[in-house]
Write a protein that binds this ligand. Structure first.
Ligand code: IPE
Ligand code: MG
Length: 227
């Protein structure tokens, strides 16, 4: 969800106003994607590297999450959305950790749509976390294959992303689902996250449908492109 700061700067507003506006766009993006047949969406909200930002901005982002998690969960729950947190909860304030667990518990039985929120998420951190747990469980080396490894990731049970959309114009993955993105299609757009609406989402989905996915083989794979 990149571009909140620039959205605010263009309006001579403080960056935090951009972050608020960014959160306000979540419901409408989720609704649009659900209408188009998408079943799983992951939002990259706060990375393990975002702690390097000035303390005031980090605190503002934490406060926004703390204030928004309950009202957003209520709305999402009404639409049948299941919320799942991806990332390391431990460095977060204990009130926030509780609020995240509560949101997950409340929406646990919803099966129409999964919304993963990557918060204090980093792909390398996730892989190290998996390796530590695999070792702690005493798993034998020859039992470690892609399937087992995937079950130790935060995304356990979730399909790999078909399409990754990056807003705000940058053309890099920034530690997002680096294991799971091995064969994801990538779409980047200069549109800033708070401005991401139906038109650009439809452009991204249309671009995805034009892609031929071969997963390393010579043949196009079928079974995608319904969305
Ligand atoms: C939001 O956008 C990303 C978060 C970490 C919340 P930015 O804060 O990176 O916005 P820009 O890139 O400065 O516009
Ligand atoms: Mg940015």
């Amino acid at each position: 969800m990149d571009g909140n700061g620039r959205w605010a700067a263009r309006r001579r507003l403080p960056r935090v106003a951009g972050h608020r506006r960014g959160v306000a766009n979540i419901q409408s993006v989720v609704n649009t994607l659900a209408e188009r047949g998408v079943e799983v969406v992951t939002l990259y909200a706060f990375s393990t590297e975002n702690w390097r930002r000035p303390t005031a901005e980090v605190n503002a982002l934490m406060e926004i999450l703390a204030a928004e998690i309950e009202p957003q969960t209520r709305e999402l729950h009404k639409s049948g959305v299941r919320l799942v947190h991806l990332g390391d909860p431990n460095p977060l304030d204990s009130m926030l950790q509780d609020a995240i667990s509560r949101a997950e518990r409340i929406t646990e039985a919803n099966d129409r749509f999964i919304l993963n929120i990557a918060f204090n998420y980093g792909g390398r951190d996730e892989i190290l976390h998996a390796v530590r747990r695999i070792l702690a469980d005493g798993v034998a080396p020859d039992e470690v294959d892609e399937g087992l490894f995937g079950r130790y990731l935060y995304t356990d049970g979730c399909p790999d992303p078909d399409l990754i959309i990056r807003t705000g114009g940058e053309q890099r993955l920034s530690n997002f689902l680096i294991w799971q993105a091995a064969y994801s299609e990538y779409y980047h757009t200069p549109v800033l996250w708070p401005d991401l609406g139906e038109e650009e989402l439809d452009r991204a989905l249309a671009a995805y449908k034009q892609r031929q996915r071969r997963f390393g083989s010579l043949d196009a794979q079928h079974g995608h492109g319904e969305a």
